[in-house]
Design a protein around this ligand. Structure first.
Ligand code: FES
Ligand SMILES: [Fe+2]
Length: 385
């Protein structure tokens, strides 16, 4: 898992004045919306003696720890320590603060920047250019999936599984002339991907045939791009006129589970009355992937490509692994093995931007990170496949 990216935390309309406890990147956070409508996100562990802030209540624009009533503002600064009494409040120590994280609301989602980069260096939130544009409609759904988020992203970047895993996308290996066309990897600022063609049968359901705009076998243009370690857009063109984009904001809950916020944008069958059939369809496809992904070995994406045999159709997967290595080289990868080993004895927090300016004076340690190193020094993931 990686710090220094924006992660979707929750749908905007689900965040109100009731404190919300959310686990992301293996740590807990508390979110709430203040009286002026601004959403705040703090590390959830109270620096007094480990209370869970989300279990408390709002007092004005502060959150009050349920254990001894310390109050923290949206910047994470402690504003009140009740046990010091009214006169003692001048003695609130500077270390009485928790990490606070930048928040942005976009596309109906609350996005939280989990890391310590200053604003100008932060990778951007994944963009959905057509969102809210005339001629486009967006529907939303979310799901929790088990397994390494990297395996799930790799599955999205893998054009060869469609023929076998999704009977509605391919022919289950019955075509003698099946092959995956040469993949042209397209680079973007924070990820890469491809657009390719698939020869696909029509969808079985008559309503979905109508929805996809075709009732015959057809060559379909589709492709997937990742943005950062866990966001992904799959672009599907069922016909020349129809377009569906599956904009997936995936947020690791911990190493082996993640939550996906899916914003499907489409330029046909607009309106909420059509959402159910698309959701049904998405669930079927998702579950077909789940069956295969659940049994992958090893559970985690391997650290090197040496013990897998990658083919040209795996090029986008290999390129994604290079990006991960690059972000690891920058020192953004959490040392999850160490965090897990020490968990019952030690609390870590994801470092917020305030730690850059003031590295000292924090009660809790920032999560250990895999040490930054020269890019490419770790392993030859970059091998051409
Ligand atoms: S643990 Fe939070 S106030 Fe004591
Ligand atoms: Fe799939």
């Amino acid at each position: 898992m990686f710090i220094n990216f924006w992660y979707a935390a929750q749908w905007s309309d689900q965040v109100g004045s009731q404190p919300l406890k959310l686990r992301m990147l293996g740590q807990d956070f508390v979110l709430w919306r203040d009286g002026s409508g601004v959403v705040h996100c703090l590390a959830n562990v109270c620096v007094h003696r480990g209370g869970s802030l989300a279990g408390g209540r709002l007092r004005g624009d502060c959150i009050e720890c349920p254990y001894h009533g310390w109050q923290f503002d949206g910047d994470g600064r402690c504003r009140k320590i009740p046990s010091l009494g009214p006169q003692g409040q001048v003695r609130i120590p500077g270390r009485a603060r928790v990490d606070s994280y930048p928040v942005q609301e976009r596309y109906g989602l609350v996005h939280v920047f989990l890391g310590d980069l200053p604003e100008e260096e932060r990778p951007p939130i994944m963009e959905i250019p057509e969102y809210g544009q005339p001629g486009w409609y967006a529907s939303c759904e979310d799901s929790v999936g088990q397994g390494d988020f990297r395996r799930a992203v790799e599955n999205g970047l893998d054009p060869a599984h469609n023929e076998y895993v999704h009977p509605t996308h391919g022919f289950s290996g019955t075509r003698a002339d099946y092959f995956v066309p040469e993949l042209n990897i397209e680079e973007q600022a924070w990820g890469s991907g491809f657009i390719t063609t698939y020869f696909s049968p029509p969808l079985k359901d008559a309503r979905m045939q109508q929805a996809s705009g075709r009732s015959e076998n057809a060559v379909i243009e589709a492709g997937t791009f990742h943005h950062g370690p866990s966001c992904m857009i799959t672009r599907i063109r069922p016909t020349a006129e129809f377009a569906i984009n599956q904009n997936s904001f995936k947020t690791p809950i911990d190493e082996l589970s993640s939550r996906s916020f899916l914003i499907q944008t489409r330029n046909f069958l607009q309106g909420p009355e059509h959402d159910a059939r698309f959701r049904e369809r998405n669930a079927v496809v998702r579950n077909q992937d789940v069956v295969v992904l659940a049994d992958l070995e090893p559970k985690f994406t391997p650290e090197t490509n040496a013990h897998e045999l990658l083919m040209p159709a795996d090029r986008a997967v290999a390129r994604y692994r290079e990006w991960l290595k690059d972000w690891e080289a920058r020192g953004w990868r959490i040392d999850t093995a160490r965090v897990a080993r020490e968990r019952p004895y030690k609390t870590y927090v994801i470092p917020g931007p305030a730690r850059r300016a003031e590295p000292k004076g924090w009660v809790l340690d920032a999560v250990p990170l895999v040490a930054a190193h020269a890019a490419g020094a770790t392993d030859a993931v970059a091998r051409q496949v």
